[in-house]
Ligand binder design. Structure first.
Ligand SMILES: [Zn+2]
Length: 277
């Protein structure tokens, strides 16, 4: 699933096309993509002839701040990606959303339709799950005392805590494993077991991992589900230190990386660098 670095890479590519542009039409080919819109027909009506004032992001969600105080929320789901194309270009299968401006079309291609789009009024936004997201892991990461207070009262494994979008928003399965490897913390350590020094180490590992992902255009796995809007693959894949490297030597100490399952998510770690206690 696209995580913060992939969504931010996507956002930066879409800004020149969407910011300041007026949406001439918003087509949605699969009604399932509108399942979060209180009244599905509202989406196209609200987007049409409306200017995109800015394109932001919180966690894994793209946020289009639209003229008239509406907010477009776009989520790539498990396998969605965005593509920028010329007006009228031939659309491949699974082009489920098309936003057209005067100059270009922005496509959302999502074979599995786990992604979605919505356009919300301020009241709808306030009552939505998006308003309840935690602070963004890159732009608004809480300081160590605040993060520590939130983490050390929880008896959940660190891997699950990092995936909890109410705690901090943006980390998913790949980058949570990478953060824990960098922080030298075992994924099954409970939040409540961390001391202040370990909380600092955890916090200090989040931004460098996300920024490295971002510098390399994010992570494209073998399924090629995530690609940049210009069609290139993200190149962070070759630099991963834990995720997906089961049996391969740890890049720090040479110990084979192990795989376990934590709350149904595959989890990769180095048993030497990340001891269980
Ligand atoms: Zn190691």
């Amino acid at each position: 699933m696209p995580e913060l670095p992939e969504v931010e890479t996507t956002r930066r590519s879409l800004v020149p096309v969407l910011e300041g542009a007026t949406i001439n039409s918003a087509e949605v080919g699969r009604t399932r993509m509108l399942r979060r819109q209180p009244r599905p027909a509202d989406f196209a009506d609200r987007m049409r002839d409306r200017r995109v004032e800015s394109l932001g992001r919180r966690g894994k969600f793209l946020l289009g701040h639209m003229e008239g105080d509406l907010t477009m929320v776009l989520h790539l789901g498990m396998s969605g990606r965005m593509q920028i194309q010329a007006l009228g270009a031939e659309r491949p299968a699974h082009t489920n959303v098309v936003l057209a401006t005067d100059d270009a079309e922005v496509w959302m291609i999502d074979p599995r339709t786990f992604g979605f789009v919505v356009c919300l009024t301020p009241d709808e936004w306030d009552g939505s799950p998006f308003a309840a997201l935690g602070p963004d892991a890159l732009d608004a990461l809480p300081r160590s005392p605040q993060l520590g207070a939130a983490i050390t009262k929880r008896k959940s494994p660190l891997k699950s805590l990092l995936l909890d979008q109410h705690l901090i928003a943006g980390l998913g399965n790949i980058y949570a494993d990478e953060v824990l490897h960098r922080a030298r913390l075992h994924p099954l350590r409970l939040g409540a077991s961390l001391d202040a020094e370990e909380v600092k180490r955890l916090r200090a590992s989040i931004k460098p991992v996300l920024e490295a992902g971002l510098r390399h255009g994010g992570t494209t796995l073998d399924d090629l589900a995530y690609l940049l809007p210009d069609g290139r693959a993200g190149e962070y894949t070759q630099r991963l230190r834990a995720y997906g490297r089961t049996g391969q030597p740890c890049r720090t100490c040479g110990t084979p990386i192990e795989r376990i399952v934590v709350t149904q998510r595959s989890t990769h770690f180095c048993p030497t660098c990340q001891p269980a206690d």
